[in-house]
Design a protein around this ligand. Sequence first.
Ligand SMILES: [Ca+2]
Length: 338
Amino acid sequence: MLWLGTILLFVNTVESQGGPRCVSLGGSNGSCGSQDECSSYLSLVRQKDEASVKPLFRTTLGNELLNYVSRCCESASSKPLIPSEEECGFSEPSGPANDLQRRGAWPWFAVIGLHIKGIFQAFCGGSLITRRHVLTVAHCTIFSKDTYYVRLGDYNLNTTDEADHLELAVISHTHPGYNKDTRRDDISIITLEKDVVFSDYIRPVCLPFNYRTKDFVNERLAVVGYGSTSFGGQQSKLPIAAVLNVLSLRTCHNSYKETVLGRQVILTDSQMCAGGASGSSCTGDSGGPLNFFDINTRRFYIVGLVSFGYGCGEFPEVYTRVGAYLHWIENTLNDSTL
Ligand SMILES: [Ca+2]
């Protein structure tokens, strides 16, 4: 019955010709409908091989629907899911580019949270990587039994006057087999309830296809989060960005070896390590991006995800190295029906 509702919407739209929502069918002139209309037709077209919907696409109306989608929903239907470098990894133009704390500096940053007694409580960070998916760490997604939400385009989490943010429910998540004991494979892709439209304040980060094996040791990368600024301290209401030095895994392991963590966890090259004396991410920052700025392409790439640490600041933090999971990310996104 879902498709019946969509078809009724389709017919109604066709009948409302004459206004800006005019839809041309059968070759007549006219502009196309709104993005919302296109998304509902698109979701129907994407299911066209399913038994319940297949008969519709043998009818004239089904054909017209396909034509409409291919002509009018071109931006959504013909573009690959993974954004091109024209769409990803840059910040809104106003404001000094070197001010990492300004509003709009990290438009891919996604705040993951729950509604507790009507109040949004952030518990992790993530990054928008497509119009429908957020990349975060698995330990942020596997424990929540309640519906949780992703906030995009926000700045101060406590106020609503400065940013027209978007809040979308998470409909599913997947991970490559996170193991909470070894803490390996701490990566997860969240699927949002609907597509988002990119804007100055909501934009995907670029995936590091050119840096699949790069370890970034001794490079300086920016981490972003709403996490607390001290261990056990209050969560920040504004995003905080810090520039960190990347350390070798050996250096990292040496600094951990005297701690409980060092005896439990062996780091692998699907992880990376940054911070420590130079600043660090902290509790509540989990899942947030470690960003690399390529001065040649002038784009930010997400190369790490905040995975775990020991205290705040004294020890370096461990990050999931995104380059090691690009095959998994591509396969997951390609298998996605959205
Ligand atoms: Ca706000």
